[in-house]
Structures are given as structure tokens and as C-alpha cells.
Design a protein around this ligand. Structure first.
Ligand code: PLP
Length: 436
């Protein structure tokens, strides 16, 4: 059994658990960015969560701005999701055969995001992007793809080239184990730089199957698209016969109910979804034009499958989440809470003369310790003061505010956050900025 006291001095149960975890789990975690490598110290182990709060294994309560990296948009343990999961679980956990719940969620997704005429469920964002890329390649009969420096689309081989998120934090944008022969088909352009994309198309006019893009980059902190950037990508894809894949794994149902594509008014050929679509259960999805979606098995030749795809519990959770989220006023409230937090932080940074700026769209935000007044590119993010971020992160953590443990991750608001939670977070930030 665990004890807080080890040879007479206090140790948090988290640090004891972490030592134990490191013996049997690589780095003590099942996904790299959880390891706190980007901020130092040991990760906080979580016992339970409720609404806007998570509680660690010592019972300490934190206001949570990670939200399981995006899915918990309604807050933790939302009664509608919990009830749907429990009710569905009583009927059996998995059948490997179709269920009505899959149709219901697919219909709801198609109605919320009109560019999606048909959708295939998978179990993670990685599977969604990997499968969408395969489909785009199969459909266009071309091999090359364009992605953007600093964007992360999961850890499929093709996409782990100059990836953001954990790969960026760990300083290994190109992972060993990805054959150079695979990576050579991935062309990398600069985010918010249409010229770099146009030049790449000029170089390979007949070879590019698709562009995949985060419509708001959320894996190199948070960088919204510059006006005209997404529309420009659409135009170039049309000009060269390539498909536009918008990766809304993070932005879907969060930037707007119809995703970032509805917010910015751009229509992709394919969309990838994850996170919010499962309400906390493992769900991803990819969908788009019927003609393209018919190209996957069993109607078409491009193979794609999954033992647990469309899992009934996961579908029930996703349905409950989206049905709750689409209630009137929710997106506006989410955006208002986000704005209150980030504008408050901005003001406090100015008060304490800390060079700082923020980006935010809908329910996601980014905090930057920088002299710049605007952060618009990967280079701008790289120029930020990560040491200051680390210290800020730990001051906030100490005061019970849980931010993403990396300077390269976006922050997430939930509908369970109250005005008072934001005010308490700002009071903590006042002290943190003062101490920097
Ligand atoms: N695409 C984007 C934009 C993401 O942010 C992520 C994960 O953070 C993924 C894809 C991969 O999703 P998953 O971690 O569910 O495999």
C-alpha cells in the first residue's frame, strides 16, 4: 500500500506512483506529453474528476484547462454522458456487428458538419488522419501529401514528419523508425504561408494527393489561420486536383459546432474528427464527400477497418456529448469564458510587465511568453521563452490550476467552468506573474 511518508519526509503520492510507473511503463506514461518533460518535475496522478476540476491522488483539487486534451468540453463526468455510458454498457460492451447507435451518431455528425456527407468511425484521431490520407492517395492515385511544420496529426508514419505536440516538446520532429522512403512523400510547408504551398505544387503538379491541415494549429501552442490562408489552400487544391483534408480532431465542435471549417467558411473534401466526438471515450472519425467515401472498403478498393470501431459505449458517449453541446447558447458561453480568461491573463501580464500575448478561438487558447504582440507562425512560437512558461506553469500548478504541461500545447475551456473558476485562475496568475 502507498504512504505519503517515506523515511520520515513527505512525498506526494504522485511522485511515489511515478517511480513505480517508470518500472513498467516507458517513461511512466502511456502518451509522452503526460510525462512533464516539457516543464520538469513529476506528473500529477489523477484520482477522479468532476466538472471543471480534477483531483490528484493526494486529494488536491485543480481547475483543469487540459480537459483530457480536448474531449471534456462539457466538463468531467457530465451526467448525460455518464448515464448514456452506463445504460449502454448493460446491453453489452462490443459486438463487432452494426448497431443503431452508429447510424445515430453518423447522422448527427453529418447534420452538424455539412461537408461530411458520409462518415466512418474509428477509435482515435491517429486512425482518422491515417485513414483519410490513405483514402486521398487511393482516390487521386497520387503518393505525395502536404502537411505543415508544427502541425500534428497523430503518430502514423506518413505524418510524423516535422510533427508538433509531444514530438516537438521532445525535440525529435522526425522520429526514428519512420523509413526515409515513407517520409519522402510528405512535403512540409510553412503554416500561414500560402507561397510555400504554391511553390510546392509548382514543383510537383501531378503528384500531390492532398493537403492535410489543422484549421487552427493547436499542437504548436495555438495559432489561428491568417485571413485567406484556408481559402487559399482550397483554391490550390482545386487548381492541382488534390484533396483538402481539414484535421478537426482538436477544433471539431470546439471552435464552433460545425468545426473551424464553418467558422472560417472553407469546405474541405475530407474532415478528420476525434476528441469531442467521443465525449471522453476513444472515438475518431473521418468523413466527406459521398463520392470519395464510397472509395473505402467495403464499397471501394481502399482498405480500412477496426475491431472496436463504432463501439456502442463510445457511440453512446459521443451522442450524449454532441446532443448536450448543441443546445442553444453553449458555444457562445464557451467562447465568452475563454475570452474572459485570456484577456484577464493579458491584463495581469501587462500589470507585472511580463512580455506576454495570447491567441484564442472558440473554446481553445494559447499563452505565449514573448516580446511579440502577435504569434502567427511556427518560428514565432519557437522564439518564445519556454523557461518562463515552465516557471509560470509550476506556480499555477502549486495554486491548483492545471495547464497543459508544455509550452507547445493549446489550452481548453469547458462548459463546466464558472466565472468564479476563471476569477480564481486569474488570482493565481496574478501571483504567478508577480513571481516570474
Ligand atoms: N490530429 C490533431 C489535430 C490532434 O490534435 C491529435 C491529437 O492531439 C491527433 C490528430 C491524434 O489524435 P489521437 O491522439 O486521438 O490519436
Amino acid at each position: 500500500s502507498l504512504t505519503n511518508f517515506n523515511r520520515g519526509f513527505y512525498m506526494s503520492t504522485s511522485s511515489i506512483l511515478f517511480s513505480r510507473a517508470e518500472q513498467v511503463i516507458p517513461g511512466g506514461v502511456n502518451s509522452p506529453v503526460r510525462a512533464f518533460k516539457g516543464v520538469g518535475g513529476t506528473p500529477v496522478f489523477i484520482e477522479k474528476a468532476q466538472g471543471a476540476y480534477i483531483f490528484d491522488t493526494d486529494g488536491k483539487k485543480y481547475i483543469d484547462y487540459v480537459g483530457s486534451w480536448g474531449p471534456m468540453i462539457l466538463g468531467h463526468n457530465h451526467p448525460a454522458i455518464l448515464e448514456a455510458v452506463l445504460k449502454t454498457a448493460h446491453k453489452g460492451l462490443s459486438f463487432g456487428a452494426p448497431t443503431p447507435l452508429e447510424i445515430e451518431l453518423a447522422e448527427l455528425v453529418c447534420s452538424l458538419i455539412p461537408s461530411i456527407e458520409m462518415v466512418r468511425m474509428v477509435s482515435s484521431g491517429t486512425e482518422a488522419t491515417m485513414s483519410a490520407i490513405r483514402l486521398a492517395r487511393g482516390y487521386t492515385k497520387r503518393d505525395k501529401i502536404i502537411k505543415f511544420e508544427g502541425c500534428y496529426h497523430g503518430h502514423a508514419d506518413t505524418l510524423l514528419v516535422k510533427a508538433g505536440s509531444g514530438a516537438l516538446t521532445l525535440g525529435q520532429p522526425d522520429s526514428p523508425g519512420v523509413p526515409a522512403d515513407f517520409a519522402k512523400h510528405t512535403l512540409t510547408c510553412s503554416y500561414n504561408n500560402l507561397d510555400s504551398v504554391a511553390r510546392t505544387f509548382e514543383q510537383y503538379p501531378q503528384d500531390i494527393a492532398c493537403i492535410i491541415v489543422e484549421p487552427v494549429a493547436g499542437n504548436m501552442n495555438c495559432i489561428p489561420p491568417q485571413p485567406g490562408f484556408l481559402q487559399g489552400l482550397r483554391r490550390l487544391c482545386d487548381q492541382y486536383g488534390a484533396l483538402l483534408i481539414i484535421d478537426e480532431v482538436m477544433t471539431g465542435f470546439r471552435v464552433a459546432l460545425g468545426g473551424a471549417q464553418s467558422y472560417y467558411g472553407v469546405t474541405p473534401d475530407l474532415t478528420c474528427l476525434g476528441k469531442v466526438i467521443g465525449g471522453g471515450m476513444p472515438v475518431g472519425a473521418f468523413g466527406g464527400k459521398k463520392e470519395i467515401m464510397h472509395y473505402i472498403a467495403p464499397t471501394g478498393p481502399v482498405y480500412q477497418a477496426g475491431t472496436l470501431s463504432g463501439n456502442p459505449i463510445a457511440m453512446a458517449a459521443g451522442l450524449a456529448c454532441l446532443n448536450e453541446l448543441k443546445k442553444a447558447g453553449n458555444q457562445e458561453r464557451l467562447a465568452r469564458l475563454t475570452e474572459k480568461l485570456v484577456l484577464g491573463l493579458n491584463e495581469l501580464a501587462r500589470k507585472h510587465k511580463v512580455p506576454f500575448c495570447v491567441n484564442y478561438v472558440g473554446g481553445m487558447f494559447g499563452l505565449f511568453f514573448t516580446d511579440k504582440t502577435e504569434v502567427k507562425s511556427y518560428q514565432d512560437v519557437m522564439a518564445c521563452d519556454t523557461e518562463k512558461f515552465k516557471r509560470f506553469f509550476h506556480y499555477m500548478l502549486e495554486q491548483g490550476v492545471y495547464l497543459a504541461p508544455s509550452a507547445f500545447e493549446a489550452g481548453f475551456m469547458s462548459l463546466a467552468h464558472s466565472e468564479e473558476d476563471i476569477e480564481r485562475s486569474l488570482a493565481a496568475a496574478d501571483k504567478a506573474f508577480a513571481a516570474l
